[in-house]
Structures are given as C-alpha cells and as structure tokens.
Design a protein around this ligand. Structure first.
Ligand SMILES: Cc1cc2nc3c(=O)[nH]c(=O)nc-3n(C[C@H](O)[C@H](O)[C@H](O)COP(=O)(O)OP(=O)(O)OC[C@H]3O[C@@H](n4cnc5c(N)ncnc54)[C@H](O)[C@@H]3O)c2cc1C
Length: 689
C-alpha cells in the first residue's frame, strides 16, 4: 500500500514545536541527566544502545505490536540467545544485561533465574550450595526459577501446601504436591525454560512441621530438557501482558532430592534429622528475597514512569487543538487541565528516581548488616520496602494510564507505546505481595512502633520511628511552635519552605497512625478491621518517605547549582499533590496542628502556580530523563517530534496493509466473508449496483 508523499507540510511542524520547547530550558539538560540517572548508568545505557543498534534483526522492537504471543516468545528467546553469545564472547558482562532488557522493555524468559533464583541462592545458600547451584546458574549452565505461589495460595504463604519431607533412610527430601491447589502457579521462567526450581515448601522432619523453607529441585533433564520423573510442568497460558515470560505451573509427585538441596544458611537438618537454626535468627530472613525484589521494584518504577511521562509530555507539547483564529492552534499542554494531569506525574517521576537512589543505598546497608548477622534494620526495611513497592507501582501504573488517556484517541493505539507497556507493568501491583496486603505490613510496623514508644519501650532509631517520636512528643519537650511549623504562616510561606512541607507530610502520617493505635490498643479493634485505615497510613507514610528521600537527594547538589531551582519546584509539586489530594486530612489535624481554611485554599493555588512554572520546562525535563527512542517505541513520544509521519509509517506496516501478504489476506477475507455479504442479493436476484 502506498501513501501520497506530496502532501503539504504542517505549519508549524511538530519537530519545530518540540525544538522550540527545548530552547526554553533554564538548566543544563545533560547535567540533570547525570544527576538523576548517574554517569555510570548513562554509560551502561549508551553501551546497551550500541549493542542493540548494531543488530537490528535481533533487537529491533518496532514490529512487536504485530506479533502473536508465540512470536513474541520466540523473538525474546532469540534475543536472549544473542545476549548469551555476547556474554561468552566477553563483549558484555552481567551488568549490561539489565540495561539491554531495559531498552527492549519487555522481560526475557530467563529473567527470573537472574532476578530471583540467583538472589535466593546468594542469600540463603551455604558456600557448598553456592558452588553446586549458584556458580552454574551464573554461568547459565542451569536456569532456575523461584516457585513460591501455588494455585490455591499467594498472599498467605503460611498455607502453601507443597511439602518437603525428610526421608532419613535415604538422606533425601521428598517433594510432594498433595492437591490440585498445591500446584505451583504463576512461576516466571518455568513454563518452558528452567532446569531447576527453588521451591518454597513446608518442611517436615521426623513427623514435625518445621516451617516454610526453600529447596532446590531439578525439574528438567540436563540432557534433553524433558521433565524429570514425577514432575509435571508447563506454561499457564495467555495473560493480559508480560507475554514474553513463560509463567508456568509445576506439580511434584513424590520427587526425591538429596538433603543437601535444602538451602541451609539459616536452617540445618543433619544426617540423623536434627534441626537447628543459628542463634538470634530473625524469622523474616527467609523472606529476604522478597525484600530484595520489592526494593528493586521500588527502585525501577521511576525508570518506567519516565517512559510514560516522556511520551505524554512530548506528544501533548506538539498536539494542537483549538485556539485563536488566524493563529496556530494551541498545544494541548497549554491547557491548565492537561498540565494538572501531566506535570504532577513528571514531578513524581523525578521524586521517585531521587527517592529510589537514597532508598536503594539504605537497602544495601541493611543487606550488608544481615550478611554479618545484624538484623537490626530488617524490620524497618521490610515495612518501608512494602510501602514503597506499593506506592511506586501504583503511582507508575495509574500514572501510565493517565499518560495514555491524556494522549486522547492516539493513546489507545499500540503505536503510542503506552499500551503493551501498561499491560506489562500491571503485575507490579500484584506480585511480591498484593498492594492491599502490603499496606497492612507497613501500617502494622508504624502502629506497633507508636504503641511501643507510648509504652516507653526501646524502639530502634530510623526515619520512620524518628517521625513518630517527634510528633508524639511524649515528654512535651517541644512547644507547639516547634512542632507545627506552619502555624501562623501564609500558604505562600508554607509552600515556599520544603522543611515545612515535610513536617506537614510527616504529621499527616503520624496523626493517622495515632488514630489507628487508639482504636487497636484502647478500643480493642481487630487488625483485620483495621485494614481500611491501613491503606491510608501506608500511603501517607510512603509519601513522606518519598519526599524525605527526594529532598536528601536534592541536597546533594551545591546550593548554587543551576539544577536546584527546577528540582525544588518538582519537590514542591510532589509534596503539594499529596497534601492537597484530600484536604480533609489537613482540616482534621487536631488543635493547633490543624490548617486554616485560608491556608488550605492557598496551598491549592500555590500548587497550580508551581505546575504552571514547571510546564515551561516540561520538554527539557523529560529529555533529561534520558529515555531513548528504542525504549519508547512510540510514534507519539519520538525525540525528533516526527509524530504523524512515524504513525503513518507504522500503520502502513500493519500486516493487513502490507503489499503482497496483506493483499492476500484482504483478498481472502473479501472472498470468504465481505463479498458474500455485500453481494448476497445479487446471488438471489442477479441485480448489480
Ligand atoms: C505476572 C505474574 C508473575 C508472577 N511470578 C511469580 C513467580 O515467579 N514466583 C512466584 O512464586 N509467584 C509469582 N507470582 C505470584 C504473585 O506473587 C501472587 O499472585 C501475589 O503474591 C498475590 O497472590 P494471589 O495471586 O494468591 O492473590 P490472593 O492472595 O488470592 O489475593 C486475592 C485478593 O484478596 C486480597 N487479600 C488476600 N489476602 C488478604 C488479606 N489478608 N487482607 C486483605 N485482603 C487480602 C488481595 O488484595 C486480592 O485482592 C506472579 C504473579 C503474576 C501476576
């Protein structure tokens, strides 16, 4: 199919509009990219880009929107094979892989081996087990998955039914799936790829139930990849998205593995069946992999929202609707309601990326302490990682939904780059703990900490307990003026001072924690009945932590850095979006803490004003997020602004439109279905139009 090429050029052209937006930059874009993404990541991304550009036949993703599930799976397996070749040829190393897949922007069927199997072995295997399983996994001589969820249970892992029973006579464990619902389900990298599974099973030794522990089980032959005796394994079938991953099912019929395969860093079962655990062990440690994965999700979500917001900002900057007669129509981003939908998401993208850098370094400190047997930071890390995983996945997913909605009809096209992307992001709100369940974990830590402080028990010192301790002000050391730093100030003064905004965010969270603690500890409300307020508490706490960490990240810049003014504005937009979302929370703060009507109305106006300022920098700000066209895979978000030309080119490439194969399909459809409908009267009467 040919499309006319001699059409009039639109004036002003979208490329020109986008370039004019770039000229408005009041900060150095490259420096901003370096500050937000880090030079190391920029270099790794450049290297990954070179690799995928050098081999378009393997790595080009433009055509994925036309592919069936099996075609996608095959395309990604081909890519993984190439990645493995590059690894063996030492053209890339293990660090490059995540950058390559970040650009391809879909999962590899090997991902769970890298993302969960290997980390579990690292965290919970002994040195001998690392030699036996971790080493070959890192060399891709075996491929593994993390098999926890079952058809019948996901959130409530205590009720998992798969058993691992010690057989003393043969020095083995017998792995069994006693019921249909005990079949492992949803397991990534399992359906067609894995040779081994790290199976979470209920451990039984000498008839005694010990608890849930990970055990490595070979599942496919290392010779012909066929399932081993007693193992039934397959793919669970089509899903909303994430279709290059072979999520699978796995059923064991009394499969035996050596005792050695039970990961024994935190539990030992001896030859004669004596069970022991190291002293002072924190029972949460076996969930260490989940904390790691949640921390990773929280850290990665900002990079994902960066893609969505880049597309939305560039497109709404060049998309024109209505306007003054005789003038070019108005870019839709100039409408305040469009700004109101887009700019806070841009601000939150920056906040999320800034937060994640601070948070991940906290995670690394915790992991290093755990390695030397110090679990003192694990409780808070667990609570914060649950909260931030929940907040960042929800903000990103629904943020991307807003991005596609704000693109109007074209947002609904796969060529927007936002739909396959949205579907792939979706499981982030479910896996590694459903978000609603995670909120309860975070709230429980906060409420219990508040109660312990009230009882004057010793409570570990960290950002969360500091926040509670400060506002509980148990011994009345602080005056109301010291506590309620906003009182007597105008909205402009409040919004102008980042530390006051942080105070407000933290009091908002502490006040919710206090209310729930009273209900639970004084009025006897059950934890289950507390799950509704727990959602609000987890959100308020995460929003405080996001702003706290983002502000710490900004403070790393010198006070006269040219990046600071706009980052400061993005901080304020983020904080004000949280504070003004439900102003009832601010009205209902108690006594001197409550804000006045004038302050609250004023904060809403300040919020809109800051959004207007940031709108002027929106295109430079998304440029500085450094998301290349390969990752965007979008007509609407292209760096050069050739939106409509690219959109048309992609439509012409639709299989139904292609010369040759498309002609054949259309001809067949016409002959079999369309023609007989159009001409059925002729067949009866012989009449022609
Ligand atoms: C694409 C994808 C990939 C996955 N990959 C893996 C993998 O590789 N390995 C693996 O082991 N698992 C994997 N999972 C499973 C995932 O971790 C679980 O789906 C998730 O933990 C939720 O559990 P569930 O599906 O059993 O939901 P359920 O627990 O059945 O939840 C159903 C509903 O009940 C609610 N609910 C449950 N309990 C409570 C409660 N106590 N209080 C209030 N509400 C509650 C939930 O919020 C939810 O709305 C994957 C899932 C998906 C979608």
């Amino acid at each position: 199919m040919k499309f006319p090429t001699n059409l009039q050029k639109m004036v002003p052209h979208t490329t020109e509009t986008l370039n004019n937006e770039r000229k408005k930059a009041n900060f150095p874009i490259r420096d901003m990219e370096s500050f937000m993404n880090g030079e190391k990541n920029i270099k790794l991304q450049e290297k990954a880009l070179k690799i995928i550009r050098a081999d378009p036949e393997i790595f080009d993703q433009r055509n994925i929107y036309f592919m069936s599930r099996n075609e996608k799976l095959e395309h990604s397996l081909r890519q993984e094979k190439k990645v493995q070749e590059l690894l063996r040829e030492k053209k890339i190393d293990a660090n490059d892989i995540s950058h390559i897949y970040s650009l391809l922007d879909w999962p590899s069927p090997f991902d769970l081996s890298r993302g969960m199997f290997i980390p579990t072995l690292e965290q919970q295997g002994t040195d001998e087990q690392k030699e036996a399983f971790l080493k070959p996994a890192k060399e891709y001589k075996i491929i593994g998955c993390y098999a926890q969820t079952e058809m019948g249970h996901g959130s409530n892992i205590r009720s998992l039914e798969t058993t691992a029973t010690f057989i003393e006579e043969t020095d083995e464990f017998q792995i069994n799936s006693p019921t249909l619902t005990s079949t492992k389900w949803w397991i990534g990298s399992l359906g067609i790829v894995s040779t081994h599974a790290c199976v979470m099973a209920q451990l039984y030794v000498k008839g005694k139930h010990i608890g849930l522990f990970p055990i490595v089980v070979p599942i496919r032959s290392m010779i012909d990849h066929k399932p081993l005796p007693g193992v039934t394994v397959g793919d669970i079938g089509p899903k909303l998205g994430y279709n290059t991953m072979d999520n699978g099912f796995l059923n064991f019929n009394k499969v035996r593995v050596p005792r050695f395969n039970l990961l024994q860093k935190y539990i030992t079962v001896t030859r004669n069946g004596t069970v022991s655990r190291p002293a002072n062990i924190n029972p949460r440690i076996t969930y260490g992999t989940m904390v790691f994965v949640r921390a990773n999700i929280a850290a990665n979500m900002g990079r994902q929202l960066a893609k969505g917001i880049t597309i939305a900002v560039r497109y709404t900057s060049v998309r024109r609707q209505f306007g003054e007669s005789g003038q070019p129509e108005t870019p839709v981003l100039d409408y305040s309601i469009v700004q109101y939908r887009v700019i806070p998401l841009l601000a939150k993208t920056y906040a999320m990326i800034g937060m994640s850098q601070e948070f991940f370094s906290e995670y690394e400190k915790t992991a290093a302490l755990i390695d030397v047997g110090d679990f003192s930071k694990l409780k808070e890390m667990h609570a914060v990682s649950c909260g931030l995983k929940r907040w960042s996945s929800e903000t990103t997913l629904y943020g991307v939904d807003t991005c596609r909605h704000v693109c109007g009809g074209h947002g609904f096209s796969m060529f927007s780059g936002l739909n396959e992307f949205f579907n792939g992001l979706y499981p982030n709100i479910i896996w590694e703990g459903d978000n609603y369940v995670l909120a309860k974990q975070t709230a429980s830590y906060l409420v219990k900490s508040a109660h312990a402080l009230r009882q004057r028990e010793s409570v570990e010192v960290n950002d969360t307990t500091d926040m509670i301790r400060h506002f509980m002000n148990i011994d009345n050391q602080l005056t109301p003026q010291q506590l309620f730093t906003w009182s007597g100030k105008s909205a402009q003064q409040i919004a102008g001072d980042n530390s006051v905004l942080l105070d407000l965010l933290s009091l908002r969270a502490v006040s919710m924690v206090h209310d729930l603690a009273v209900k639970i500890y004084r009025k006897g409300q059950s934890w289950d009945d507390s799950s509704v307020p727990s959602q609000g508490i987890a959100t308020a706490h995460s929003e405080y932590i996001v702003c706290l960490y983002f502000s710490r990240h900004i403070k790393k810049l010198s006070s006269n850095s040219p990046l600071r003014p706009i980052l400061d504005i993005l901080f304020k937009i983020t904080a004000l979006s949280f504070l003004t979302r439900n102003t009832g929370e601010l009205y209902s703060l108690r006594n001197e803490a409550a804000l006045t009507r004038a302050q609250i109305n004023g904060l809403e106006s300040e919020y809109i004003e800051y959004i207007k300022i940031a709108r002027e920098q929106a295109v430079p700000l998304v440029d500085a997020l450094g998301v290349p066209d390969e990752k965007l895979n979008s007509s609407l978000g292209r760096y050069d602004g050739n939106v409509y030309e690219d959109y048309m080119a992609r439509a012409l490439n639709e299989p139904l439109n292609r010369d040759g194969t498309g002609d054949e399909i259309r001809k067949r459809f016409y002959q079999q279905y369309i023609g007989p409908t159009l001409h059925h009267n002729e067949a009866q009467s012989g009449a022609k139009l």
